[in-house]
Each structure stands twice: as C-alpha cells, then as structure tokens.
Write a protein that binds this ligand. Sequence first.
Ligand SMILES: [Zn+2]
Length: 171
Amino acid sequence: MPLDTLVELVNGWGVEPRRAGARSVVPPLADHVGRAGVPASVADVLTDSELIQFADTVFGIFASGGTAARVAAISGLLTRIDVRPDLTLEDGDVRRRWWADADDALLAAALLALRAQLSDEDPARLGVCVDGGCADIYIDVSPAGRRRFCSVTCQNRARAARYRRTRRSAP
Ligand SMILES: [Zn+2]
C-alpha cells in the first residue's frame, strides 16, 4: 500500500481524526480503496464500517509513543493475521509478493508498508498532528525530518495562534 494512501485512509475513516477535525462524513469509498494495493475482489466488497475499524487499528500504531511501541504494535498485529511472503514470476520477472487472507488483506497491506517504512527509513517519522483541533496522521518525508503537523494549514493555524498569544501577553 502506498504510504500516502495509508494516510488518506486513516484520516478519512479513523474515528479520532474525524472527531478532532469535526468531520462527520467519510470520503467516497471507491476513490480511495482502488489505490490501497489490495486485490479488486477485496476492495470491491469493503464497507465503511470495515474501513473505520481498519483506520482505528492503524491510527493506534501512529498514536503509540515512540519506535519501540510502534514496532511492538506492528509485530503484534502481524502475528494475529493470516499473511505470508510469496515470490512470483511475472512475464519473466521475479517479483516479491505476499499473500493474505481476504479478510486481512487491507490490514496486511498497511502493516507491510509500515514495516518497510520503519525498517528502511527513519522510524521516528510517523506522527499525529500536534495542532489542538486536529488528530490527522502523517509520515514525514521532508529532508529535515522535523515535521509535527499533518499539513501546512495546521502549521499556519498554530503559528497564527501563537502570534496572537504573544501579542496578548505583550505589555
Ligand atoms: Zn493537522
């Protein structure tokens, strides 16, 4: 699963991101699940309630504090689902694939993407937006790796709030 799709799914369906952002409706399902990297047979029958459950599970990984907790969460979830590595030959090319039970395919796709992110990249780059009115998750791909907000919108809102606070407290 592409990481930007993972982030969209969690922020679109997750209970906590929607509560914090005051978003009562979820996005159109078909637009998003098509990019989730699961077979069409799985994507076509996904329901909003299944996606909410999925989003809340993955949100829990982002919300757990620190790399050790996230690694434990991902490892724990991987042991509970039916997924195995696979190898295929497609048009003469050897490809790394994985197989998952249909019920577990979406979560498996997300866990394998996060497993790669944590092991191959800086594991500290997962986060939940620190803005008070937002709980959207993000994966920091900036060169500096010091991101704390989900978006420029939240960053600017926090900056404006801080500016107002300092002006108020000035003599
Ligand atoms: Zn935010």
